[in-house]
Ligand binder design. Structure first.
Ligand code: SF4
Length: 99
């Protein structure tokens, strides 16, 4: 197997992407309810960019820096209404690098 044929790990591929942060204007927000729904908690495991995590109180928090704009969180929590999601403003957000 040559270096060219060597499989590339997903983390290495994601590292190629660039992200322009729109300071103070996150395009993903959580509307917390009394308790986090199972759907919201699931995002800590399924977001491909790892944007969701539990805080010290066990509540789900989001840091949208690095969001790949896949829309998974929007779809998964559509019925619960906990996720407010929009595309970043022009010039901000993910910049995919291919090749
Ligand atoms: S859109 Fe995709 S990458 Fe972005 S926060 Fe939601 S699940 Fe994660």
């Amino acid at each position: 197997m040559t270096a060219k044929d060597k499989p590339v790990r997903m983390e290495e591929r994601l590292y190629q992407n660039r992200y322009m942060v729109d300071e103070g204007r996150p395009h993903v927000r959580i509307h917390h309810q009394a308790e986090d729904s199972p759907q919201l908690k699931t995002l800590t495991r399924i977001c491909p960019a790892g944007c969701y995590a539990l805080d010290e109180n066990g509540r789900v928090q989001v840091a949208a820096d690095g969001c790949m704009e896949c829309g998974t969180c929007r779809i998964v929590c559509q019925a619960t209404g906990e996720i407010e999601w929009s595309y970043p403003r022009g010039g901000y957000g993910i910049l995919f690098k291919f090749g």
